[in-house]
Design a protein around this ligand. Sequence first.
Ligand code: 5GP
Length: 119
Amino acid sequence: EKQPYDPDNIFAKIIRGDAPCVKVYEDEAVLAFMDIFPQSEGHTLVTSKKAQATNLFDIEDDELKTLIAAVKKIACAVEKALQPDGVRIVQFNGAPAGQSVFHIHFHVIPVYQERTERP
Ligand code: 5GP
């Protein structure tokens, strides 16, 4: 079920600078920062600074294109810096699907075989 965008969600606060984050990458359209509860070393969240969108259902195509291009850039940087065995890109839509922060974002999750840290 679709829920209205709440401009006071935690990621909106981070984007505004009203809440802290460990910044990985920023440009005029995109902010990437470390997940506060990382699933593995290097777990990064990539979010749109412009889209007032809860998730995939209400983001404009042009904003999604910009965001997914940044996801690729960060996944490539993570791959190069941390040399994981693989990289998982994850994105949840709706609380029943596992979404807990209702501002569009992608997870970039390095995967290390049989471990959660790089060797
Ligand atoms: P999702 O909505 O995609 O299921 O999950 C939101 C993600 O945001 C979770 O992985 C959670 O650990 C992360 N998260 C929630 N609150 C904060 C926060 O205040 N700062 C950061 N850096 N990550 C957060």
